[in-house]
Design a protein. Structure first.
Length: 120
């Protein structure tokens, strides 16, 4: 089974790749081809979606339409920061996931992002 992953920000910086995925319990797991030695673990719940990167890059993002959530990022080069996520579109249906959100940095700076996944 394959997943097509697309992410872009307000400056149209784009990440796109296709990867094989497996279902592990209630998570979808696939290789993050945008960085070395990292997997993406995706969990789709009733009211929210949790996206985690695990490996050389570690990150957690929780997308929830009803509340501001906290996230973090760190990598093996020592880059580390926290942020908040304001999700304003969360659409899960059939074999698609679409998320639109603002990433709010510690200094208050906002960045608009979109993520789309297609499973086939």
């Amino acid at each position: 089974m394959k997943v097509n992953f697309l992410s872009f920000d307000e400056n149209n910086n784009k990440i796109y790749f296709t990867s094989d995925y497996v279902k592990d319990d209630n998570k979808i797991v696939f290789l993050d081809k945008s960085t070395l030695n990292t997997e993406i673990h995706l969990q789709i719940k009733d009211k929210e979606v949790v996206l985690e990167r695990i490996g050389s890059t570690n990150m957690q993002m929780i997308f929830n339409l009803k509340k501001l959530t906290k996230g973090f990022y760190n990598n093996d080069l020592g880059l580390e920061f926290n942020f908040q996520i304001k999700c304003y579109k969360l659409l899960c249906r059939d074999n698609k996931l679409n998320v639109e959100y603002d990433l709010i940095m510690e200094d208050g700076q906002k960045h608009g992002h979109k993520i789309a996944l297609l499973f086939n």
